[in-house]
Design a protein around this ligand. Structure first.
Ligand SMILES: *Cc1c(COP(=O)(O)O)cnc(C)c1O
Length: 431
């Protein structure tokens, strides 16, 4: 598609990154199911391997179907480039990899997807990295957590499990003043509800597994680069400014400018870590994104209706949805997320742990799964599943107390969603 930044979101979600196939005229982007690509001659091959010419070598690094998806997500997020990879968790490692070395740390929000808490609090230690968890609403605590070894701040735009909304401009300001990038996981909001780069974020990561694909079919991830961070402003990011021994001393920032991070992600990250997205997966996600705005509008509309109904119900103690007028985050949500606060929230059931378990077992339309962002409505009781290893105090702090369930509201008829909750709440709170 011609470079026309004037196109609206609904146009870009269908056209950005794709064009009729130059070889066959195929209107839909083909699944380029090929591992390798023929070089024109020896000079062409050498130029590709030296990163002097852009092109395809081997699908661990680049693939035309995956490339189309990268361009589409980068465009929707307002970034200059993107690197797709095998899952959301792979994207988080891919985002940190160029920034971190042993002994360095990342300052992260306490409000995160459960799997991310484990990845950051346990697994990254094996690389010699560490994470410092802070409440991002406490500016003094965030500033105090940043030290000479900090290489990034990490948060989610709309976060798990309670649908809490982050004040991205405020956190971006602290990152900027500290000379470090802000990385925002925009999975639950999607670029339709939130564009972190416009609010000052340097990198955006996605689990494309969720709303971008939209129907629970494939896992995938993506790192989008704003192109706006000056990696040479200090000496903290040697991988991006110092000569790279694996490329005859090439300096990524000097050579590729605003695309330094993206090129590093492909030429070093994908090449050597190998967390590659496969072209079939990219195809499903390209299909999903074509209807992103329509789905997100309905997800939000349904979530608001369900949250308002639950809030008024006697069998429910509280609802955490930031899209409710009664939410302590209502003002922030309206200001920063004017199209809606997503479709993920928790609610507390009178009767505690046993009532929650009974509720989950009694639902017929909702699926009991550890996932979100599906066309289907989903529910999970975190205290008895994803967070069962934590103490009750830790569960409380994580927003998944024993009396709380998390829902991801789907695209079904909202009256059917409410009727299902109604009949299950009856069973859960009877006697
Ligand atoms: C699911 C999810 C992840 C992890 O993504 P995977 O594709 O499952 O690896 C990360 N962050 C958020 C907010 C998620 O919902």
């Amino acid at each position: 598609m011609p470079d026309r930044p004037t196109y609206g979101f609904d146009t870009l979600q269908i056209h950005a990154g794709t064009r009729p196939d130059p070889a066959t005229g195929a209107r839909q982007t083909p699944i380029y199911q090929s591992t390798a690509y023929v070089f024109k001659d020896a000079d062409h091959a050498a130029a590709l391997f030296n990163l002097q010419e852009a092109g395809y070598i081997y699908s661990r690094l680049t693939n035309p179907t995956v490339g189309a998806l990268q361009e589409r997500i980068a465009t929707l997020e307002g970034g200059v480039g993107a690197v797709c990879c095998s899952s959301g968790h792979a994207a988080q490692i891919m985002a940190l990899f160029p920034l971190m070395t042993p002994g360095r740390n990342v300052v992260v929000s306490t409000r995160l997807y459960g799997g991310t808490v484990t990845q950051f609090s346990q697994t990254i230690k094996r690389f010699g990295w560490s994470a410092t968890f802070v409440d991002l609403d406490n500016e003094a605590a965030v500033r105090a957590a940043i030290d000479d070894d900090t290489r990034a701040i990490f948060c989610e735009s709309i976060s798990n499990p309670g649908g809490y909304v982050t004040d991205i401009p405020a956190v971006a300001k602290i990152a900027d003043e500290s000379g470090i990038p802000l990385i925002v996981d925009n999975t639950s909001a999607t670029p339709y509800l939130c564009r972190p780069i416009g609010m000052g974020a340097t990198l955006v990561v996605h689990s494309t597994t969720k709303y971008l694909t939209g129907n629970g079919t494939v896992t995938g991830g993506c790192v989008v680069d704003s192109g706006q961070f000056d990696w040479s402003q200090n000496d903290r990011f040697p991988a991006l400014i110092k000569p790279e021994p694996a490329y005859h001393g090439l300096k990524f920032h000097e050579t590729f400018g605003e695309l330094a991070f993206t090129f590093h992600g492909i030429a070093i990250g994908l090449r050597d870590l190998g967390m590659t997205m496969n072209p079939q997966g990219a195809h499903y996600t390209l299909m999903g994104i074509e209807t992103l705005s329509l789905r997100m509008e309905r997800h939000v509309e349904n979530a608001v209706r369900v949250a308002e109904w639950l809030e008024k119900d006697d069998r429910v103690d509280f609802v955490t949805y930031a899209g409710l007028a009664s939410s302590p985050y209502a003002d922030r949500a309206q200001k920063l997320y004017p199209r809606g606060a997503g479709a993920l929230f928790t609610f507390a059931v009178k009767g505690g742990y046993s009532a929650c378990v009974k509720l989950v077992d009694s639902l017929e339309l909702f699926s009991h799964v550890a996932n979100l962002g599906d066309t289907r409505s989903l529910i999970i009781h975190s205290a008895s599943t994803t967070h069962r290893q934590l103490t009750p105090e830790q569960q409380e702090a994580a927003g998944v107390a024993p009396n709380v369930v998390r829902v991801s509201i789907g695209l079904e008829d909202v009256n059917d969603i409410i009727a299902d909750l109604d009949q299950a709440l009856c069973k859960a709170t009877a006697g």
